[in-house]
Design a protein. Structure first.
Length: 724
């Protein structure tokens, strides 16, 4: 049985090497990707041969015929990198006994392997396959063990048949493993019925990948399954741009463009998808079922929260309470801050918004002091770990991520806290609420007790959430809850060029640079700007301000691509800061690299945006250790490294909720697609001590003058106003 590994299609290779022998020992095997390191016993050779590759359904004791290329590994020496392999059924009695003794077939170990070949000789494998009833002639094999052997053999043959089928249709080894893990023996039936199903069910397989497989299988270009899968894919892809829905016509146009099909056929496909419930049509808006449930559910739970009476907080005199808390904290609250405290004590749901230096933390601390005095229970949370840690440091009280607050359960794949088991508290305060996407907001409001209260705190002028929706803006514009906007910059912040310039930018004024904490380095040419960024991060800032280049300095780029985009800057900084770090095979990562988690992984308890350093690489065990916050260590298998990316530089969007001692921001005319006021404002407000802009003032002016905000398709505000 012959299989082809992903290596076989990469580049032009020298003449292949062919080897045949018995798999003596498997050193490492990934159940997720099928990647294997093993030793081969070749007849006539005194030493075992090491071979590596994506090898599916290979076991110790099995005879295989390998085709591949010799490679020299720096640590492990000469290895055969396998491109294809063929499982060779042994024909000699000795070979059959070794094959069965390997444990390949459930119910057969060394003892029963010996008894089987003693009974049936060279016919043993044929008997197991064609005449399993004869197995009971073997001493010690009764009805139960015979059935176990028969099922184990059938299962092994089924796996091999499925792998042949999958790889025969252009599916890579790692994808084949995922497909088999998802569907088991039914994998071929699923693919024959609807190959597009795998894009819905399996992470890492896109619609385009499924479409390629479907074409290999002969699925027609206008097949119903293809059109319905395509229109659903377009809708899901729109969430990347923050949309919860697409208007009917836009959805049809995008689908026609993707699938290269007539519009009439797409209209019919959309109608079928709506009829089957794969797409929800609400007026002119088309949603995925998940997005529709999140938006309508968020509106319903918020309206229930607003309309359900709560036990009032017993405060005889609000003025006296405000005097008391100002004396206790040795502060003086501005009138708008006092109003925020008043609303926080009497509102069911409210929003506190404002830019840096306007005293949002002071308001929260004032509220919490009064609540403590009145024995009112509360919980503090934020969307990300870094934001929660900042909230905890600012309030000197426990704060958690929303995921931890709602007690995510990897076992059940959802939050433990919901409408059936709500949070036991009088009040929940969420900081950095601009980062709340609709799905997370839905999970949060479901878990709030109807008698409880909710305060959302955030900067409405920052970029919206990475995920779909525009929750904070929608709640504010709905006008169904009190909103207090803090605008006064307090004395302690007046000396900060960062705070003053953030407010200047937010009101459309050009920033004023200084020689203390807000710098510009004129580098209009992208290549020169990149060189300067590397120099600033690695040498200038560490020498002048005593900053650690990895821990204290963060580069924030408006763009992913380009000479001063996030990807290219990461390459340059890795080369400058970690040139000799131990490399990870087939990855752009090294030991010592600063890395970011790119998606939530609830089992590992790491979340999108978490930043750490690769502290250890183990080539033998094929695993990587990442140190987060300098303390917590998380182990990743090599097959999980797609979840990590370099983080010397990150996009402005990814930096939300975080603060850094120093930020370095490239701003060049080549970034024109992302030269927007809220992008520049968000980037600048990430810096605590220093902000360095590298680029040209023309690009900065373009950003300041561009106050257009890309509209996100959401209807939460209308639903809260009962207009939907």
């Amino acid at each position: 049985m012959t299989y082809r590994s992903a290596e076989a299609t990469k580049g032009t290779l020298p003449p292949p090497v062919h080897l045949e022998g018995m798999v003596k020992r498997i050193v490492f095997e990934s159940a997720d990707t099928g990647f294997m390191v093993a030793r081969l016993e070749v007849e006539g050779e005194t030493e075992l041969v090491t071979f590596v590759g994506n090898l599916l359904a290979v076991s110790e004791g099995e005879t295989v015929r390998l085709t591949g290329q010799w490679v020299e590994d720096k640590k492990f020496g000469r290895q055969l990198r396998v491109a294809t392999f063929e499982s060779v059924v042994p024909s000699t009695v000795a070979g059959i006994e070794k094959y069965l003794a390997s444990g390949l077939i459930e119910g057969i170990g060394p003892t029963y392997a010996k008894r089987l070949v003693e009974t049936f000789g060279a016919e043993t494998l044929r008997v197991i396959d064609e005449e399993p009833h004869r197995l009971r002639k073997v001493p010690g094999i009764g009805k139960k063990r015979a059935a176990q052997i028969r099922e184990g053999w059938a299962s092994q043959r089924a796996v091999q048949s499925i792998m042949i089928f999958l790889q025969g249709h252009g599916i890579t080894a790692s994808q084949a493993v995922k497909i088999y893990q998802q569907y088991g023996d039914g994998a071929m039936a699923v693919l024959r019925a609807n190959p597009y199903q795998i894009a819905d069910d399996i992470s890492g397989i896109s619609f385009k990948g499924a479409d390629k497989i479907a074409m290999e299988m002969g699925i027609a270009k206008d097949a119903d399954a293809r059109l319905e899968a395509g229109v659903a894919h377009v809708l899901r892809e729109s969430t990347i741009h923050g949309h919860l829905y697409l208007p009917v016509e836009e959805l049809l146009e995008e689908s026609v463009r993707l699938l290269d099909i007539a519009k009439d056929a797409m209209v019919n496909a959309l109608a079928r998808a709506i009829f089957s419930g794969k797409i929800i049509r609400d007026g002119d808006a088309c949603y995925t079922p998940k997005a529709h449930q999140a938006e309508t559910g968020t509106a319903d739970y918020l309206k229930r929260l607003i309309s359900t009476p709560s036990e009032s907080i017993e405060i005889l005199s609000m003025d006296n309470a405000l005097k008391w808390v100002q004396k206790k904290l040795s502060i003086s609250l501005a009138e708008e801050q006092q109003e925020a405290v008043r609303q926080g004590l009497r509102s069911k749901v409210m929003v506190i918004t404002g830019g840096p230096g306007t005293g949002k933390t002071t308001v929260i601390n004032s509220l919490l002091s009064i609540l403590d005095k009145k024995n009112v229970s509360y919980l503090l949370a934020a969307p990300t770990g870094r934001a929660a840690k900042r909230m905890e440091e600012a309030t000197d009280r426990e704060a958690r991520t929303i995921h931890r607050l709602l007690e995510f359960s990897p076992k059940f794949g959802g939050f433990s806290r919901d409408e059936n088991d709500p949070l036991l508290t009088d009040l929940v305060i969420i900081d950095e609420a601009s980062m709340l996407d609709m799905q997370l907001m839905y999970s949060l409001v479901k878990a709030l007790p109807p008698f409880g209260r909710l305060i959302l705190v955030g900067d409405i002028d920052q970029l919206p959430s990475v995920g779909a929706g525009n929750v904070l803006m929608d709640v504010i514009t709905s006008q169904v809850v009190p909103v207090v906007r803090l605008e006064t910059i307090f004395r302690q912040s007046e000396q900060s060029g960062i705070v003053l310039n953030a407010h200047r930018i937010n009101t459309g004024q050009h920033p004023k640079f200084n020689a203390e904490d807000f710098f510009i380095i004129d580098r209009p040419v992208p290549e020169r700007a990149l060189e300067t960024i590397v120099e600033v991060v690695c040498n200038r800032l560490p020498k002048k301000f005593g900053l650690d280049p990895i821990r204290d300095i963060q580069v924030l780029s408006p763009m992913r691509r380009g000479e001063t985009g996030m990807l290219r800057i990461n390459e340059a900084l890795q080369a400058a800061m970690n040139p000799d770090g131990k490399a990870i095979a087939k990855r752009d990562l090294r030991q010592g690299d600063k890395v970011m988690q790119l998606r939530n992984n609830y089992e590992l308890d790491v979340y999108n945006g978490d930043v750490g350093v690769i502290s250890r690489v183990d080539e033998v065990m094929k695993e990587v250790e990442v140190a987060y916050d300098g303390e917590r260590r998380v182990l990743y298998g090599f097959d999980e490294l797609d979840d990590l990316g370099l983080a010397y530089a990150m996009t402005v969007h990814k930096s939300q909720g975080s603060e850094y001692p120093a930020v370095v921001i490239p701003m060049l005319s080549q970034h024109y697609m992302m030269l927007q006021r809220n992008v520049l404002y968000t980037a600048i407000t990430r810096g605590k001590r220093l902000v360095v802009l590298v680029g040209d003032e023309k690009a900065i002016n373009m950003a300041v003058n561009n106050c257009r905000i890309s509209r996100r398709n959401t209807l939460l505000a209308e639903r809260l106003r009962n207009e939907r």
